[in-house]
Design a protein around this ligand. Structure first.
Ligand code: HEC
Ligand code: HEC
Length: 469
């Protein structure tokens, strides 16, 4: 028998050899072409699709939950389930090291273990059925990865947890035992052993899939909270711009040009260098800028912004601000199309609305100081409601149709004096430098028209366009 086989294989080998297909260089050449094609596809994917970045690592964040890559989830779920087993579950190295090593070594030794010469699938039922059960259990474990394993008050596993254990551990384990047993009986049972193996693998797989489906219906997987990640440069610039307006405008102005701080508690009259200048942009690298924002310049009056130093900004957010500054102020950089949002200005005769015109304007020029925790006469401007209902002088700030409303006066550069005492009540706004005239005009027209919130309300107030002749 053995000799016959050897002879048959040798003859076949001689025939192939005659045809002239050689390993070197023929096969190697084919391999080279294919691997080069795959390499090209990878380069193209990396260039045109890319992988979205994750938020930058934040060493000070103790709430971070590390998560394995999806293709390892099955292994971690297996470990988690194994840990639930009584007694043996405590011996972690069995599941963490021994079992994976046995499986890997088994794969290496497969050519030596399985010396069956037949290649038709009906003759290779053991290898095939074991692999089917193995792959199905990998899929099942991956699907169940985000479903927690829970115990009830008495410490017993809940029903869905028991079902998970069956789907991921017990059913496949039982199937392997039966399959191996049938494998040993092949000599005795012949054909029927193969059929029984196929049935075993099929029934086990169906049971695992059905249990998994039932568990997923009973306990929806835990949603992992997505952190906002700005991937592309334009997205980062936009995110950085928003953050800059909230955190930096009060001292550096909306465009980084401020040279004397005004209207900020404790820093009145402090001299700062304009941070949009070539001086800063050419001499500071992105890292230096990020560090300045992270640590602040405490001795000079700028507080630290990094969460690690008691501030409000994470490493990604600081990165976005730096990207915004770099692309907006460094004349060696060209800003990508549509990256920086512009503030809409109403057309001639159009009534501005909070929604379209006022909100972005206030966001850029006022919110940095007019939000909770800042000195601002308790006048908060982060929402429509706040603008109309807060402030020490709430009755006089915004009065529909009144050109003498405090807000209109201060944005036009006037100071409000205390009627009784005669000292300064409200300085010009923003305190450092007035807004461009078109924005002053927007705000003024908005108050004159009665402060409509939504675009439709503003439209109703706008005079009808002259009918076409
Ligand atoms: C409370 C006021 C204040 C706030 C808010 C503030 N800064 Fe500053 N910043 C300062 C002061 C004061 C200095 C030091 C003055 C100087 O160096 O000219 C400074 C210095 C800087 C410098 C270095 C300038 C130089 O020439 O050395 C940069 C860059 C800078 N700030 C960026 C920012 C950014 C970005 C933000 C927003 C995250 C911010 N700052 C928020 C007050 C502030
Ligand atoms: C640099 C910080 C800063 C910025 C930016 C700023 N304010 Fe102010 N604002 C203040 C401070 C501080 C006060 C308190 C009065 C004072 O010190 O002048 C104030 C007070 C006011 C008041 C009076 C509120 C009241 O009830 O007494 C109005 C109105 C006002 N600001 C409007 C604005 C508007 C509109 C903008 C945006 C165009 C703006 N401010 C931007 C710091 C700022």
């Amino acid at each position: 028998m053995r000799e016959e086989h050897k002879k048959a294989i040798h003859e076949k080998y001689q025939r192939v050899l005659q045809k002239g297909e050689r390993f070197w260089p023929d096969s190697i050449y084919k391999d080279l072409i294919i691997s080069f094609a795959i390499f090209l596809v990878l380069v193209l994917l990396a260039t045109f699709v890319g992988v979205p970045g994750e938020p930058k690592a934040d060493p000070s964040d103790s709430s971070y939950v590390p998560k394995p890559e999806w293709y390892f989830l099955f292994l971690f779920k297996f470990l988690a389930m194994y840990g639930q087993l009584p007694a043996i579950g405590k011996v972690e190295w069995i599941a963490a090291i021994l079992i994976p090593v046995v499986v890997l070594v088994g794969l290496f030794l497969l050519p030596l273990l399985d010396r069956n010469l037949k290649r038709h699938y009906s003759r290779r039922t053991l290898a095939l059925t074991v692999m089917v059960v193995f792959v199905v259990s990998m899929i099942v474990l991956t699907l169940l990865a985000s479903t927690p394993l829970l115990a009830d008050d008495t410490g017993r596993m809940t029903l869905p947890t028991q079902m998970q254990m069956w789907a991921g551990l017990f059913v496949p384990a039982a199937a392997y035992v039966v399959l191996a047993g049938l494998g040993l009986l092949v000599k005795k049972l012949g054909e029927r052993a193969g059929q029984a193996q196929a049935w075993t693998a099929g029934v086990a797989s169906l049971a695992m899939i059905a249990l998994t489906a039932a568990v997923l219906v009973m306990v929806p997987p835990v949603e992992v909270e997505e952190v906002l990640v700005a991937g592309t440069i334009p997205e980062q610039i936009t995110a950085g711009q928003d953050l800059y307006f909230i955190h930096c405008v009060e001292c550096h102005g909306d465009d980084g040009t401020v040279t004397v701080i005004a209207g900020v508690e404790g820093l009145e009259g402090t001299v700062v260098s304009p941070i949009n200048s070539q001086d800063v942009m050419y001499t500071f690298t992105d890292d230096t800028l990020a560090n300045i924002i992270n640590y602040g310049q405490q001795d000079l009056g700028m507080q630290p912004f990094g969460v690690a130093y008691g501030g409000e900004l994470g490493p990604s957010e600081i990165g976005y601000i730096v990207t915004f500054m770099r692309y907006s102020w460094d004349d060696r950089m060209e800003i990508p199309e549509g990256a920086v949002s512009t503030i809409p200005v109403p057309a001639e005769g159009e009534v501005p609305s909070y929604e379209i015109h006022i909100q972005p304007l206030v966001q850029r020029y006022c919110v940095s100081c007019h939000r909770a925790g800042k000195e601002n006469n308790n006048f908060l401007m982060t929402s429509y409601q706040e603008i109309l209902t807060t402030g020490d002088n709430v009755d006089l700030n915004i009065v529909a149709g009144d050109m003498e409303a405090y807000l209109i006066l201060v944005i036009n550069g006037q100071q409000i004096l205390d009627p009784a005492m005669g000292d300064l009540l409200v300085d010009q706004m923003p305190p450092t430098r007035l807004m461009p005239p078109e924005y002053i005009d927007s705000l003024t027209r908005w108050i004159m028209a009665g402060m409509p919130e939504m675009a439709v309300e503003a439209q109703a107030l706008s005079p009808a366009p002259a009918a076409a002749p």
